[in-house]
Write a protein that binds this ligand. Sequence first.
Ligand code: NAP
Length: 301
Amino acid sequence: SSLITRSRLKDETVMATISGKTNMVGLIGWPVGHSVSPAMHNAAFAALGLDWCYVPLPVPVEPAARIGEAVQGVRALGLRGTNVTVPHKQAVMPHLDRLTPAAQAIGAVNTIKVEADGALSGDNTDARGFVADLQDHEVDPAGKSVIVLGAGGSARAVVYGLAAAGCTAIAIFNRTQDKATSLAAQMQALFPRCSITAQTGEQLPALASQFDLVVNTTSLGMTPQVDTTPWPDEVAFHAGQVVYDLVYNPRQTRLLQKATADGAHTISGIGMLIWQGAIAFEIWTGQKPPVDVMRAAVEKR
Ligand code: NAP
């Protein structure tokens, strides 16, 4: 079809423009073959006519020294920066020269920038990406009360982002209670004006109706376990509540299906993926990201 022809032509255009002057960025992770980030960023570079290119940078977990070598290689090979994904978001940190306050507090780096002086600085754009996507859906976190389900890596970014954006209360629920307790304590110390607490499952039914926003940061509901959900069937959502699922594969998780049926407003995590990339794009290039182009590239996949 003409659409396929056009997208092939666009990819060829990206390839054809690579020269000795092309700026390189990429994605450190393992595996990286499934990632939508190369398509998303290369489409953005092409749309703005930027002489930049985004490539996969697969780095295995073993031997353990490999990740440090890879980070040094980013500078040694003259890359302008990278994204970092699972399972290396923590492991890259000791090899960087600087961390932003967000990366430090979240304890994970998803974006590395090679500064003009060669210093490697680590940032985390997941927190801002999540908040940007909420705002894109006309949900302002300021003044809101939020239930966060999960206390893993993405929960750390979500809680940081929500508290930094002015939420008044965050209640964290997690299967492993200790992780919720330590995340709540750490974030409460950073954000004294927001009430950040860890809760046990028994408290969910009583608290559920009082909260404005519910965010799933667990992997429950993700393909292939599409029949799982982090939310009890018997606890209802209501109109006026917003339910956000970081899981974006599938787009309509069991959690979001229930929230829709109960009359709540739902948001899929695909927008967070796009916005964390858009913010990284701006960090590297200094240009305003073409978010609609990036979204179209992700949705074409
Ligand atoms: P993670 O650090 O491994 O954390 C996983 C979380 O899920 C933990 O809270 C864990 O609880 C919980 N969990 C896993 N299996 C469970 C089960 N059977 N029952 C109850 N809880 C369970 O993973 P992550 O990096 O935070 O990622 C979580 C999800 O978010 C993934 O699906 C990922 O694809 C998605 N994500 C999306 C975006 C986006 O841009 N939309 C960004 C990041 C992540 P325990 O602590 O008890 O193990």
